[in-house]
Design a protein around this ligand. Structure first.
Ligand SMILES: [Zn+2]
Length: 154
């Protein structure tokens, strides 16, 4: 990574998921690439998560906004769907932030227990396949009794 791409990534760390504001697009793994073209334009490549989770139009606008605020006038946001985004692209930091925010993170191994973000017990039951948004399931911890969202693996 060059100094320029490091700087651009730091600027883009301000762009967060509108539904889970503790997660940046880098944490989510949505940010695939940032580069400066030979004529000085910033080219940002993103891969959307599945529809509406989060709102991609909003993120595109935010990417342009933070770069403009940092003196980057020419910004091109490229969307790529191949390969498709998966929850495995979420960073370890992102998963930790998600649990601290009260949402059980997607598991790398889908057979691993889902950990309650409040008391860290591994025992919970599914209440609904769809929680606050389609990407999350609503569960109840059988240890502390609290409901929590689980960011589903895809
Ligand atoms: Zn619990």
């Amino acid at each position: 990574m060059t100094a320029v791409t490091t700087e651009l990534r730091e600027i883009l760390a301000e762009v967060v998921d509108p539904e889970i504001p503790v997660l940046s697009i880098a944490d989510l793994g949505i940010l695939r690439n940032v580069e400066e073209s030979h004529d000085g334009a910033v080219i940002v490549t993103i891969t959307p998560t599945y529809s509406g989770c989060p709102a991609m139009d909003h993120l595109r606008t935010e990417i342009e906004r933070v770069l403009h605020e940092n003196g980057r006038d020419r910004v091109e946001v490229v969307t790529t769907f191949q390969p498709a985004w998966t929850t495995d692209w979420m960073t370890t930091t992102g998963k930790t932030k998600l649990a601290e925010y009260g949402i059980a993170a997607p598991r790398t191994d889908a057979t691993a227990p889902i950990r309650c973000p409040r008391c860290t017990a591994d025992d919970s039951r599914l209440v609904s396949e769809f929680g606050a948004t389609a990407c999350k399931a609503l569960r109840v911890c059988t240890s502390c009794g609290e409901p929590f969202d689980h960011f589903k693996e895809i």
